[in-house]
Design a binder for this molecule. Structure first.
Ligand code: 5GP
Length: 137
């Protein structure tokens, strides 16, 4: 399916919509999930326009996973957590709701994961968590 450049994450990448960002370079952006499944739930997205992991050029996938690892380390250190669930939903059948490929980093256990994209988080609390992650990057 053709990439829809009006999706929420494409608009965040163009700074048309706000986001609580923790990391950005010329290829990747990491920002806090607005409806976190656990405290510190962070999203990492490549800047190339790709809808799912299957559409992502291998070079972009390889670079993005390096940043996923970097941000995961900062979450672990900055928020003093031990386990992080890495989740990637490709396709609406898998539950993907935003059609721009993204990696979820969720400081939680698979057995305690909150519901997906279910409830708006407290944005002030999320900002404070983001500051701790940024400080550890
Ligand atoms: P998906 O279902 O596509 O794997 O995940 C999309 C994620 O994006 C969900 O976890 C949801 O909470 C999050 N999300 C949806 N809209 C926004 C938004 O406007 N800003 C941010 N920061 N996250 C969003």
């Amino acid at each position: 399916m053709a990439y829809n450049d009006q999706n929420i994450f494409a608009r965040i990448l163009r700074d048309e919509l706000p986001a609580i960002k923790v990391y950005e370079d010329d290829q990747v952006l990491a920002f806090m999930d607005i409806m976190p499944q656990a405290d510190g739930h962070t999203l990492v997205i490549p800047k190339v326009p790709a809808e799912t992991l299957l559409d992502l050029p291998p070079e972009a996938a390889a670079y993005t996973i390096q940043i996923v690892q970097k941000v995961a380390k900062a979450i672990e250190t900055g928020l003093d957590v031990k386990g992080i669930v890495l989740m990637q939903l490709s396709g609406s059948s898998a539950g993907q709701t935003v059609p721009h490929v993204h990696f979820h980093l969720i400081p939680s256990s698979i057995h305690e994961l909150g519901r997906h994209a279910a409830q708006m988080g407290d944005q002030e609390k999320i900002k404070a968590l983001a500051e701790k992650i940024k400080a550890a990057l």
